[in-house]
Design a binder for this molecule. Structure first.
Ligand SMILES: [Zn+2]
Length: 243
């Protein structure tokens, strides 16, 4: 009962027709979805399931399924508070239109892409990352001082550079045959899984990632550094917000 994750091939897809495969206390499972489940630092999607009679069931969040038979791509859609009556009418086999809250998701895509650009602006390993509607937060492993102006100028230059962002994948064997790729990557890819999904910001960054991104860095738009702080002796935390 795997969920087909449509956002992997097209992050701009806002709606799809789906079939309900399971409804239980953990949430609503669909055969295919445009909803991104919380993971890889990126917040889950919210939105609506439009039922056959036109009623709109509000979804507050999307999570990876913890069902015993779940595969890694299986997602559950969590109903918002107050949806109990509509939830009662939902049964396995029912067709629904799954619609994401696009304003929210597009912010996640902009912040997420900005976090890849930050890996090029600051040449330090990343120890943690959180992408929400309001901010992107990154923890860099360094004890070097980081200047706000330098980060903002570096980021703005990459946004203005209008670099295409493309999704690629590579097999473990191909990666082994091209060791130069690992050197250009800001994150070492997981090996032993067969294929790795790669996000390529042309001329800027290449890294394994399962999240949703904008198609061109110019869509990231204006961002400002809201905070730079010493999180631990060895990490500096940077928070980006929309300018
Ligand atoms: Zn990413």
């Amino acid at each position: 009962m795997a969920t087909e994750a449509l956002f992997r091939s097209d992050a701009y897809l806002q709606e799809c027709m789906s079939i309900v495969t399971r409804v239980d206390e953990t949430g609503i499972a669909l055969d295919r979805t445009v909803f991104y489940p919380h993971g890889g630092g990126q917040a889950g999607d919210a939105g609506w399931l439009v039922l056959p009679d036109g009623a709109r069931l509000a979804i507050a969040d999307t999570r990876k399924s913890k069902h015993p038979e779940a595969t890694p791509d299986d997602a559950v859609h969590l109903p918002a508070p107050g949806q109990e009556a509509l939830l009662q009418t939902l049964v396995a086999g029912m067709p629904v239109a799954a619609q994401i809250d696009w304003t929210r998701r597009y912010r996640h895509m902009r912040f997420h892409t900005a976090s890849h650009l930050m890996c090029a602006v600051l040449p330090y390993p990343v120890d943690g990352c959180s992408i929400t509607t309001e901010y992107a937060r990154l923890d860099f492993v360094t004890n070097e001082p980081i200047a706000r102006e330098t980060v903002e100028a570096g980021l703005a230059a990459l946004v203005a550079g209008a670099h295409p962002v493309t999704i690629d994948s590579i097999s473990d064997e191909e990666l082994e045959a091209r060791p130069e790729l690992v050197r250009t990557m800001s994150v070492k890819p997981p090996s032993g899984l067969g294929r790795v999904r790669l996000v390529h910001v042309e001329d800027v960054d290449l890294q394994p990632c399962g999240g949703t991104h904008v198609a061109n860095t110019r869509e990231v738009g204006e961002m400002r550094v809201a905070k730079i702080e010493k999180k631990t002796a060895r990490t500096r935390r940077i928070v980006l917000e929309l300018a």
